[in-house]
Design a protein around this ligand. Structure first.
Ligand code: CU
Length: 208
């Protein structure tokens, strides 16, 4: 949950939007299908020998055509919504973005800032600014994730994976970051805090 935020971070908003879109059409489709099933079960239930004769009022191909057209429309719209969202998921081309290095290890996280400073298990970022993380691992496979921002990326030795996010408002989020790849006995405790500071506090810290 991200209920602590005043404004919804764009990464979370993207996934929420897609989730509710699929939830709406998935629910609508199930309501139509289950209603028809129940309706026909009742209408054509066994009445012994004295039941009404079954009459086909519509030619079969018309029903098939309409069903196929409706299915194609909904699936095409779903595909469009999904691909349109990719623009918010891919790493943005933002010259003002802050790049931070993330090194996973058994069992914790080292964050390296633009000025060379490093912090252990504390990711500090400026509010309302694009943050791009360059994620790698010192030893085994790990996975870096922040559930409330709906972001996650594998941390692989010898490889750098990127993810991005933006948090609109300052705040401290305890244990918001955790490892999502079983990596040894310390895995469950492989957490870190996310500290979001104002732009001026960030500038002061970077200058110090
Ligand atoms: Cu782990």
């Amino acid at each position: 949950m991200y209920s602590g935020f005043l404004a919804t971070p764009p990464t979370t908003a993207t996934y929420d939007y897609l989730f509710y879109w699929y939830l709406f059409f998935g629910t609508a489709a199930s309501v139509v299908v289950i209603s028809l099933l129940v309706f026909f079960m009742v209408k054509y239930r066994s009445r012994g020998d004295g039941g009404p004769e079954i009459v086909h009022k519509t030619e079969g191909w018309k029903v098939v055509l309409v069903t196929v057209l409706i299915s194609i429309s909904i699936l095409s719209a779903a595909e469009y919504q999904t691909f349109a969202s990719f623009g918010n998921i891919e790493i943005p081309n933002d010259p003002n973005a802050v790049h931070i290095g993330v090194q996973a290890f058994q069992w914790g996280w080292t964050f390296t800032y633009p000025d060379g400073k490093t912090l252990l298990n504390n990711l500090t970022v400026p509010a309302d600014r694009t943050v791009i993380l360059n994620i790698s691992s010192k030893d085994v496979f790990h996975s870096f994730g922040i559930s409330m921002l709906a972001v996650k990326e594998d941390a692989i030795p010898g490889k750098v994976n990127q993810l991005w996010f933006l948090v609109p408002d300052p705040g401290v989020y305890k244990n918001a970051i955790r490892c999502f790849e079983l990596c040894g006995v310390g895995h469950a405790f492989m957490v870190a805090d996310l500290t979001v500071v104002s732009q001026s506090a960030w500038d002061t810290w970077m200058g110090s």
